[in-house]
Design a protein around this ligand. Structure first.
Ligand code: S3P
Length: 431
C-alpha cells in the first residue's frame, strides 16, 4: 500500500477548527471510568488509534464500553476491584500512555496480565515504571532483564506504599505510581524534578480521590472506591492545536481560530515559547471543562525570532518540540533547545528524526546530546521525507512543507495515532 502524502505549499490558513479531544485526557477518562461505580458518558473522546488501544485494553479486562457515533463512549465501570483476568495477551499498539498507566492499575491486581505492543513500543524503556512498581511489591517480568516489552504482571495479594523520587519528569511514570498507590497500605509520595502534566491528579479528584500536593510531590492514600461523575467532556488537545499555532504563525496571510483547546498550565509551554518568539496568539473565551481549563485560541501570521529554552519548561511542551523546530526554521536568529533528552525515547528518537529529516529542507539544524540548535530563517526546498512512523514527526513535516515549498511524506498515515483528520483539516483551511 502506498502510504505517501504530498503536501503543497500554502498561501495562508484561514478559518475555524474544532480541535479533537485531548489524547492524555481521553486515555484517563476510559481508565478511571472503568474503575468507577456507575456508567460514565465521555464526550469529545479522541477516536484515534492510541486511545482505542486503551478501550481495547479495558474491554479485555471485562469492562463494557459502548461507542456512540465517533466521539462518544459510555463506560460501565465495575469498581476499583472489578477488573478480571484477561484471556489473552493485551496489545498496547503504539501507545506508551496505555501501557504505562495500565501497569500502575494492574500491578496490584490478584490476577495475571501480559502486554505487548508495536515495533516502536517494544523499543521504549519500561524499567522506569517496573522499578518503582517492584519496590511497591509488584511482580513484573519483562524482556531483556526487565527493560522492554513483552512483559507480564503476576498476581499479588498486597501492594506497599513508597516514597519515590523520579529521575526524570514523566506524567506516565508519575501516574503509574499514583495509580498503584491507590491500592497501597499507607501514603505513596512521588516527586518529580519538574512538574509534568497533571491530568491524572485532576481527574482522580473528579472521581472523589483526595491527593496531597507539596511542590513537585504528590501524595495518595489507599482509595476505597471511585465516585464516578455522570459525564466527562474531553477538552481539545493543545498538542494537536500546536501544529496549527505554528503553521498559522509562519504561513503569511493566516488567521485561524482554534476552538475548545485545553489550556492546562502543565501543557501551555508551546504558547509561552511561541509568544516569546513574537507570535500573534490570543486566548479568548476561557472556561472550565470539569477540572480542566479550556479556551479558544486566535492565531495570525507573525514575524518570529529565535529563542532559548531548556529542562524547566520541557515537560510542559515535550510533545511539541518537532513543530517548534519548524517555527525556529522560519524564525530570525538562533534557537537553542536543551534538556530535551526524553525525546530520544518517544515513539521514535525524535532528536535524530528531526536532524535527519528536517535538514533535508535546507541544512540548518545541529543535534546535541539533549537538544537542538536551529539557525533561522532558511528557505525550504521541496523534499521527500520519512516520518519514522511517528505521528508528530509526520505532522511537523507537513507544516514545514505547507509553509515552505512542499513535501512528500513517506509513512504518512501514522497521524491516525493522534489526529486522524489532520490532512483533511489542512486541505479545508488552506488557500
Ligand atoms: C503523556 C505523557 C508524556 C507525553 C505523552 C503523553 C501522558 O510522556 O509525551 O505523549 O498522557 O501521560 P512522558 O510521561 O513519558 O513524558
Amino acid at each position: 500500500m502506498d502510504d505517501t502524502k504530498k503536501i503543497n505549499p500554502s498561501k495562508g490558513l484561514v478559518g475555524e477548527i474544532f480541535i479533537p479531544g485531548d489524547k492524555s485526557i481521553s486515555h484517563r477518562s476510559v481508565m478511571f471510568s472503568s474503575l468507577g461505580n456507575k456508567p460514565v458518558r465521555i464526550t469529545n473522546f479522541l477516536n484515534a488509534q492510541d486511545c482505542m488501544s486503551t478501550v481495547a485494553c479495558m474491554r479485555a479486562l471485562g469492562i463494557e464500553i459502548e461507542q456512540i457515533g465517533s466521539n462518544e463512549l459510555i463506560v460501565h465501570g465495575k469498581g476499583i476491584h472489578g477488573l478480571i483476568e484477561p484471556e489473552n495477551v493485551i496489545d498496547s499498539g503504539n501507545s506508551g500512555t496505555t501501557l504505562r498507566l495500565m501497569m500502575g492499575i494492574l500491578a496490584p491486581q490478584p490476577f495475571l496480565s501480559t502486554f505487548t505492543g508495536d515495533a516502536s513500543l517494544r523499543k521504549r524503556p519500561m524499567g522506569r515504571v517496573i522499578k518503582p512498581l517492584s519496590q511497591m511489591g509488584a511482580k513484573i517480568i519483562a524482556r531483556q532483564n526487565s527493560k522492554y516489552l513483552p512483559l507480564t504482571i503476576e498476581p499479588v495479594d498486597k501492594i506497599s506504599s513508597i516514597e519515590y523520587k523520579m529521575p526524570m519528569a514523566s506524567a506516565q511514570v508519575k501516574s503509574a505510581i499514583l495509580l498503584a498507590g491507590m491500592y497501597g497500605d499507607g501514603e505513596t509520595i512521588v516527586t518529580e524534578p519538574y512538574t509534568s502534566r497533571d491530568h491524572t491528579e485532576r481527574m482522580l479528584e473528579t472521581f472523589g480521590v483526595t491527593l496531597r500536593k507539596i511542590g513537585t510531590s504528590i501524595g495518595i492514600k489507599k482509595v476505597e472506591h471511585f465516585e464516578s461523575p455522570e459525564s466527562i467532556e474531553v477538552p481539545g488537545d493543545i498538542s494537536s492545536a500546536a501544529f496549527w499555532l505554528v503553521a498559522a504563525s509562519i504561513i503569511p496571510n493566516s488567521n485561524l481560530t482554534l476552538k475548545n483547546v485545553g489550556i492546562n498550565p502543565t501543557r501551555t509551554g508551546i504558547i509561552e515559547v511561541l509568544l516569546s518568539m513574537g507570535a500573534d496568539i490570543h486566548i479568548v473565551n476561557e472556561r472550565f471543562s470539569g477540572k480542566e481549563p479550556v479556551a479558544d485560541l486566535v492565531v495570525k501570521s507573525a514575524e518570529l525570532k529565535g529563542v532559548e529554552f531548556g529542562a524547566e519548561i520541557m515537560p510542559r511542551l515535550i510533545d511539541e518540540i518537532p513543530v517548534i523546530t519548524v517555527a525556529a526554521m522560519f524564525a530570525k536568529g538562533r534557537t537553542i533547545i536543551t534538556g530535551a533528552g526524553e525525546l530520544r525515547v518517544k515513539e521514535t528518537d525524535r532528536l535524530n528524526a528531526i536532524t535527519t529529516e528536517f535538514n533535508k529542507f535546507n541544512h540548518c539544524i545541529t543535534g546535541t546530546e539533549d537538544g537542538l540548535i536551529i539557525e533561522g530563517p532558511v528557505a525550504l526546498k521541496s523534499s521527500q521525507c520519512y516520518s519514522y512512523h511517528d505521528h508528530r514527526i509526520a505532522m511537523a513535516l507537513a507544516v514545514a512543507g505547507a509553509a515552505g515549498a512542499g513535501v512528500s511524506i513517506e509513512k504518512a498515515s501514522c497521524v491516525n495515532i493522534s489526529y486522524p483528520d489532520f490532512y483533511a483539516t489542512l486541505d479545508k483551511i488552506g488557500k
